[in-house]
Design a binder for this molecule. Structure first.
Ligand code: ZN
Length: 239
């Protein structure tokens, strides 16, 4: 694994508003505490989400962008970018790979955090089709697109974005996590980030207890003991 001292920039690529907060906000808060620059890239605006559902969901995209900006701020992230794809319709297209490769070359991250592209057969919730599409397109953007100057050559010719090699990727939501981050210290900030998504969580009874018990269970699985919280990732070396 990359030593902490070599992680100076992190890019978190997710499908929807709140994905980064469920999956990684505790770890992100700890990165931010150490002065690591963290960028969020959201592929959709989450315009198919929400509780007060009417068939006219206009306004949802803007609301969810605003909520995501607040959630990011709660864990020290101010660079939040949106690609504006339609919620529920994401496929790992060449166009999406280019869009993600562009941001990788702009941000030049040491570490990328994204969704696991494989379906989790033990627990289906993390395997939303948008998540798998974004995870797959992001891994393709990391290898080979962002590092290969001949992939999407217009990124160099028209935008001056030189090739960049991401050295490590952490995948969220898979069935085989192999790296646990103790987020006990940042758990309250993770909860604040999640609660910023008012349109998604305000109506959920017992939401805080649910979140605490989920991440406490992972801490126990990780062997951190009782009263601790953890986020889990599958680490993929990509240097
Ligand atoms: Zn999602």
């Amino acid at each position: 694994m990359l030593p902490e001292s070599e992680i100076n920039r992190v890019l978190v690529v997710t499908a929807h508003p709140d994905d980064a907060d469920f999956g990684a906000a505790g770890s992100v808060a700890l990165f931010a505490d150490r002065g690591v620059e963290v960028t969020y890239l959201l592929v959709t605006d989450g315009d198919a989400g929400g509780n007060e559902r009417t068939l006219d969901n206009s306004g949802m995209a803007e609301l969810r962008r605003t909520e995501q900006l607040a959630a990011a701020k709660a864990v020290g992230v101010t660079d939040v970018r949106f690609l504006g794809y339609s919620d529920g319709q994401v496929v790992p297209s060449l166009e999406l790979r280019r869009a993600i490769a562009r941001v990788i070359r702009q941000v030049r991250p040491d570490l990328v955090i994204t969704h696991h592209p494989d379906r989790n057969y033990q627990f289906i919730a993390p395997s939303h089709p948008d998540h798998r599409a974004v995870g797959g397109a992001t891994l393709d953007a990391v290898y080979p697109d962002a590092r290969n100057p001949y992939a999407f050559p217009e990124l160099i010719k028209e935008e001056g974005l030189e090739a960049w090699t991401v050295r490590e990727v952490w995948l969220n939501g898979g069935s085989t996590p192999n790296h646990w981050v103790d987020i006990t210290e940042s758990m309250d900030r993770k909860l604040a980030a999640l609660q910023s998504h008012v349109s998604q969580v305000a109506h959920v009874e017992g939401f805080t207890d649910f979140v605490r018990s989920r991440f406490a269970a992972w801490a126990e699985q990780a062997g951190l003991g009782e009263g601790r919280y953890a986020e889990g990732f599958q680490v993929v070396p990509t240097a």
